[in-house]
Design a protein around this ligand. Sequence first.
Ligand code: ATP
Ligand code: MG
Length: 200
Amino acid sequence: MWPRNQVFQKRNRIFRKVQIDYCLTGLLLNGYKITIYTEMYITSNEFDIFLLPFVHIKHTIMAGNITFTMIKPDAVAQGFIGPILTKFNEGGYIVRAMKYTRLSQLQAEAFYAVHQGKPFFEGLVGFMSSGPIVACILEKENAVESFREFIGATDPAKAPEGSIRKLYGSSIQKNAVHGSDCDENAVIESNFFFSRFERF
Ligand code: ATP
Ligand code: MG
């Protein structure tokens, strides 16, 4: 194996990395980003040049294709985790991260900070920290917009028949699930709950 340091000694010669030459990067196959590149090294006699080829393959979630969701305390308490996860599955959403947890009051305030000052804010924070939730990062093409349509309107009474909020929500506050409202917030909300080691 070749050491990956900037400078290293091998076979009585000192090798110094002088250049990283990216040949091909950003090739996406089924969510896998493939980067092929070479690293150039010169040796201590300054005459020999070595080119080392590398292939780097990493699974990447494409920006714009993820949304963040929570199964809210009302739905969890009524035993709807299973049916709601099944709905995600049926809707073509792939779970990239998932966590069963409970928000503290401070965390709920921070998560819904955009609603601070609105008449429903205190009730919302109390409700969201009242019991465990299931947090998920979901992946699908155009995830944010399609998921909001999929779960239905904020008020379950106005959500279409068969939608998650219609089926499992009971009021404008207790509406079963959360869905990010834009790509930027999907990333912010995902980072709120998950480290990069918890996403697959
Ligand atoms: P979410 O952000 O949870 O996906 P949403 O984007 O459909 O829902 P928002 O306007 O962001 O709706 O409101 C956030 C949450 O605050 C709602 O999901 C609901 O739980 C609660 N909420 C919103 N409006 C009201 C209201 N008028 N009365 C009580 N609670 C409300
Ligand atoms: Mg919202």
